[in-house]
Design a protein around this ligand. Sequence first.
Ligand code: ADP
Length: 377
Amino acid sequence: MSRIPVSRTEGEALSPETSDTNGKFRQLLEAAPDAIIVVDHSGRITLANGMTETNFGYRPEELIGQPIERLIPGRFREAHVHHRDNYLLNPNTRPMGSGIELTALRRDGSEFPAEISISPLKTEDGMLVIAVVRDISERKRTELSLKRHAQELERSNAELEQFAYVASHDLQEPLRIVASYTQLLARRYRDKLDNDANEFMDFIVDAATRMQDLINDLLSYSRVGTRGHEFEPTDLNKVLKNSLQNLDLRIKDSGAAITFDHLPTLMGEDRQLLQLFQNLIGNALKFRGEDPPKVHVGVIQHPGEYVFSVRDNGIGIDPQYAERIFLVFQRLHARGEYPGTGIGLAICKKIVERHGGRIWVESAPGSGSTFRFTIPS
Ligand code: ADP
């Protein structure tokens, strides 16, 4: 190469170079982490740097005078000539990351995915095009493996959900028979059996009833994913009002004061959002302290999302359990203390995540709890 471009502005002719700047340019070229190939208006290679050899297996001098299509698999060559001609009609700079990805061909016939940036260069000898070629095999491998993992995760989640649904659904019937026949036994034969037998029967009825509750809860949990409906614009003020109506008795019994901000309308599924508010407010009433419950439902708009909060003045939660309570059937109290199965917050989490948000709690024992969740706006 007798002439090596040194500095330029797009579309501007080259300024005369000195051998010193030539040497610097060469150094720069060789230090580049990508293959740099300069092509003339007829598509012939006029310059290539050392990385070209690393990527393609050709020594730079072997490529001089060769058509650029030599570095492209046969099946793409014709189209490439066409692209190249079109480019010369409207030469512009297309940087890395602007979406030009090609399959490149090595000397040994193997191929690799490449990302390309191209820019035109007007010289005294006519239009040249500089192509910077980056081997993105590693990135593609990572992308592919991430995609496979995501697909695998989605599949196993769906399978698990389906399993939970089928298992809980199909377990209901035999369990119903166990519970009802034991109850029948208890009713008919209570007088004929001794105290131990009666006590054992009570244990069975108790356990069967509890198992029915667990199965019903598991079924509701799996339904969040399997029975979801399309999202529609949903007025959360109406949703909140309905959830308060459903909780009306408990609100009156506990003497609770419930306040709320004006809520937005957003894309979601109203039945699930109702369940979300109802579970959170229901918990605020259930895990109350000595004073009558005070619950506030608030919302703050952040860029791209709303952050909702349900704040109470109840017993609070030790922060070490802040994540555990969102898992299926995880609870911090004995059944005798507070009723429940530990599914409520797991359902809330699933609903929030199905709506593209996150849920967490901020709390300390004795100082009330604030549950927060986000929903994209
Ligand atoms: P459940 O109410 O059936 O126990 P949840 O999944 O709704 O199940 O809640 C899990 C646990 O989280 C509860 O057992 C309780 O210990 C704790 N918790 C939930 N909400 C509150 C709250 N508002 N205040 C204090 N503790 C709470």
